[in-house]
Design a protein around this ligand. Structure first.
Ligand code: TMP
Length: 220
């Protein structure tokens, strides 16, 4: 029996439809008898959720980009050590709405702190811990922001300029180019059904690989 669960993350810029598609992924896996723990970043534990509050609140004081990055990682270390890794070790699957790729995209590219600095920090803080699968919902920034507009009051990130989000999107696409096996880019500009057909294709392949892994472990 496979002792470790799988870790899936979902990423994208504002308004790409993460919530709707998280619900789809959960129900698709539930039909295969896989219950997945749904969590989010920044956040996921009581302490990390407090850090989320600090990060998202709009304030008069300018937030230094390094402060922002370190708070993201502070929350992440707590989340990984207290929630994600213990769950995976017990064989549970975990689905996180955002993870380290968001720091590469938002802080590394959006805030222009740089890819190498992010790699160093990731190496130290997470020691090679990465998702097994990342689904990146990709949408032209203008369309996503228009959708996000309808959600009410904007947080500190949503209040950023369009140029910032264009760098973030470019950041995600750069990671996907570097790690095509792990990060799958979905064209999120179509209808919900069209987007879900693409996600389902990825899930089918991922699930088949998982079953092969289990079969091999049973044989050995
Ligand atoms: P959410 O709106 O998807 O819940 O995420 C909160 C905001 O935090 C979102 O605008 C993206 C941002 N963020 C980063 O800038 N860096 C990170 O590492 C994470 C996890 C989120």
């Amino acid at each position: 029996m496979n002792k470790n669960g799988k870790f899936i993350t979902i990423e994208g810029t504002e308004g790409v439809g993460k919530s709707t598609n998280i619900a789809f992924i959960k129900s698709w896996l539930a039909a295969k008898d896989i219950e997945i723990i749904h969590t989010r970043e920044p956040g996921g534990t009581p302490l990390a959720e407090e850090i989320r509050g600090l990060l998202l609140t709009k304030r008069g004081e300018k937030v230094d980009s390094r402060t922002e990055l370190l708070l993201m990682f502070a929350a992440r270390c707590q989340h990984v050590s207290q929630k994600i890794q213990p769950a995976l070790e017990q064989g549970q699957w975990v689905l996180s709405d955002r993870f380290t790729d968001a720091s590469f995209a938002y802080q590394g590219f959006g805030r222009e702190l740089g890819f190498e600095r992010l790699e160093q920090l990731e190496g130290w803080a997470l020691q090679g811990f990465k998702p097994d699968l990342t689904i990146m919902l990709d949408l032209p920034i203008e369309i996503g922001l228009e959708r996000a507009e309808k959600r009410g009051e904007k947080d500190r990130f949503e209040s950023e300029q369009i140029a910032f989000f264009k760098r973030v999107r470019n950041g995600y696409l750069t990671i996907a180019e570097k790690e095509p096996e792990r990060m799958k880019v979905i064209d999120a500009s179509g209808s919900i059904e069209e987007v879900q057909v693409q996600i389902e294709k990825i899930l089918i392949e991922f699930y088949q690989n998982y079953q092969t892994e289990i079969a091999m472990e049973t044989c050995s």
